[in-house]
Design a protein around this ligand. Sequence first.
Ligand code: C2E
Ligand code: MG
Ligand code: MG
Ligand code: MG
Length: 278
Amino acid sequence: AAKADGKGVCRFFSADMTERASRFLAMEMELRQALARDELELHYQPKMSLADGRLHGVEALVRWRHPTRGLLMPADFIPVAEDSGIIVALGDWVLTEACRQAAVWQGRMGTIAVNVSGRQMERVDLVARIGELTARYGIPPAYLQIELTESMIMGDPERAAGLLGKLRELGITVAIDDFGTGYSSLSYLRRLPIDVLKIDRSFVLGTGTDQEVTEIARTVVALGQALRMAVVAEGIEAEAQATLLRDMGCDLGQGYLYAEPLAAAALEAWLAAGRGAG
Ligand code: C2E
Ligand code: MG
Ligand code: MG
Ligand code: MG
């Protein structure tokens, strides 16, 4: 009986795997089509100066305007893009679109921060590609900022050091994203040319309500200051969080309190309504 059960379980498991594999393949094909049919969009979320409430810059976040399923979020398709390798082409689309938009805005929204994935960083000569794109669109590279996660940077700090150094030479600032969720070597952190430290939303969420989390946030802000990085808190939803973080010395805040990620036209309307004026 035990053997029969085992077999049953095995058959069930393999059917489930087959279903998952075919869903993955279907999604992979759809994603390739999405790129070919131009179904991706960038939305832009403001980063605000906490001291004076002015717009400082934006982060570009990719969305998929799916023909039948509506607007899909990165969590719905980035994992498949990563596992299939499509992330390289997708990331290149994102970079290109951000440069095109930067040429339209001419710095009016501050720097545009672009998220780069690990696989993209490994496979593409980012420095050469950004050089090409900024030349094609006639924009100073300083209009761009690159966001790399803490885990990506610390996964291979020597390699990251080379890339970061070249980006800085080009005049592109670099942010370390989701800080506090990976494992940073403080000696590397000190030596790497990183301009901006983004405190992960999980720490911002508990600021003001959870005493331990509040103290961690304070410590991370102090660490960023000690390393002469601009500190950004991501995921600010409440005024009380903003006030506390500002008083800790955090420079910038990003979150639903100010604005959700907005399509380019909606961001222009938001700015025209005076929301970024302090
Ligand atoms: P991230 O880079 O840490 O981006 C911040 C995420 O937090 C965004 O989610 C943003 O919408 C969300 N967020 C901002 N403020 C708030 C808030 O007040 N409350 C809450 N609950 N959430 C807030 P989104 O757009 O879903 O993106 C998720 C992740 O997907 C990003 O995290 C980034 O890792 C990845 N991603 C997004 N766009 C790209 C892209 O173009 N390329 C790559 N490689 N990854 C991307
Ligand atoms: Mg980011
Ligand atoms: Mg982040
Ligand atoms: Mg995050």
